[in-house]
Design a protein around this ligand. Structure first.
Ligand code: ACO
Length: 321
């Protein structure tokens, strides 16, 4: 059977790291409050020379190097982002140009924090139809540019960064590697709980992020547990079969609550929110790359990816590495 196999991972972070203590010098907050409520200890913030597409390109190069794949072999680039360099063209096309691999397919996907899950499922579908043989799937964000730095209830939660995977369509056995199943959902009725109050067709400005944190938290735990259950049912697996969960890194308490609901031991959950904060679409591939490079995630491991974000949108994918 043809499956999309993860050949390599990569990530990139801005040069400047901002600790909670540093943030507390300009925002009415404290290290204690942020750590206790979210688990976040620091985040990386892009400077003027660092954009979504430059971070995405750096992550893509790292993933290509890890996979041993030349950019010229890439026929499909899907970049998940809510903070593109420009309203158009898609930042994926800028990555394509920077990598020098023109001629294939390149486009952005916008599903906010679930963007990487949407991009991964889309790339998997296109690879299995034969549209391309090898793909780059990237999550990259510069959320610092859409934060209201006067709003302490949101600005402390997010950071910038990028993560990428190289996918290849391979003919594999039933118990071979690759993406086994993905499930995606959206429920647009909840827009007002998490949105940006600007845009090209409304205010004509970029706008700032607005969030009702408590309501988002409540929906996240329920929706994530549900979608993880759906993927397990579809693949005939149980929570015990899973080696690692690589979740969207929004808040340590959401990660704990979701794992508890599924009966998953916390040791199986990859947590990077303390280091990176919430990097939206970048958080899942950033966490994956971290756990691959430090040797936790190995070939043959069964890994569950999951995310929920603005829209609301949410989804999960199960892959064998
Ligand atoms: N520093 C200090 N105090 C703060 C801060 C801050 N940065 N922010 C809020 N407070 C205060 C509030 O003013 C409030 O004070 P009051 O009691 O005097 O009125 C108090 O802390 C409690 O505020 P709450 O908003 O009720 O705090 P809560 O425990 O709900 O935690 C949080 C807020 C961390 C945002 C939580 O609701 C959360 O994590 N929600 C999930 C949202 C999220 O992660 N979204 C990411 C995008 S979606 C996704 O990725 C799933």
């Amino acid at each position: 059977m043809i499956r999309s196999v993860i050949r390599g991972t990569g990530s990139a972070l801005p040069a400047h790291c901002v600790s909670n203590a540093e943030l507390a010098e300009r925002v009415d907050t404290s290290d204690d409050w942020i750590v206790e409520r979210t688990g976040i200890r620091q985040r990386y913030i892009a400077d003027e020379s660092e954009t979504t597409s430059t971070l995405a390109t750096a992550a893509a190069r790292a993933a290509l190097a890890a996979a041993g794949v030349d950019p010229s072999e890439i026929g499909l680039i899907i970049l998940a982002t809510a903070t593109p360099d420009h309203t158009f063209p898609a930042s994926a096309t800028q990555v394509q140009a920077a990598l020098g691999c023109g001629g294939g397919v390149a486009f952005d996907v916008q599903a906010v924090c679930s963007g990487f899950l949407y991009a991964l499922a889309t790339a998997d579908s296109l690879l299995r139809t034969g549209m391309a043989k090898k793909a780059l799937v990237i999550g990259a964000e510069t959320f610092s540019r859409i934060l209201d730095w006067e709003d302490r209830t949101t600005c402390v939660l997010f950071g910038d960064g990028a993560g990428a995977v190289v996918l290849e369509a391979q003919d594999v056995d039933e118990d071979g590697p690759g993406i086994l199943a993905s499930r995606l959902h959206a429920e647009g009725a909840h827009k007002d709980m998490l949105f940006v109050d600007g845009g090209p067709s409304t205010t004509g400005t970029v706008g700032k992020l607005r969030m009702k944190g408590r309501e988002v938290f409540r929906h996240a735990v329920v929706n994530l547990a549900d979608v993880l259950g759906e993927v397990l049912v579809e693949t005939g697996m149980t929570a015990d079969d899973i080696d690692w969960v690589v979740p969207h890194q929004a808040n340590a308490r959401i990660l704990d609550a979701t794992a508890r609901k599924l009966g998953l031991p916390p040791e199986k959950v990859v947590v990077t929110v303390d280091q990176h904060a919430n990097t939206s679409a970048a958080s899942v591939p950033l966490a994956l790359d971290t756990a691959v490079r430090d040797g936790r995630i190995k070939a043959g491991d069964l890994v569950m990816f999951e995310a929920m974000g603005g829209g609301f949108t949410w989804g999960a994918s199960l892959a064998r590495m």
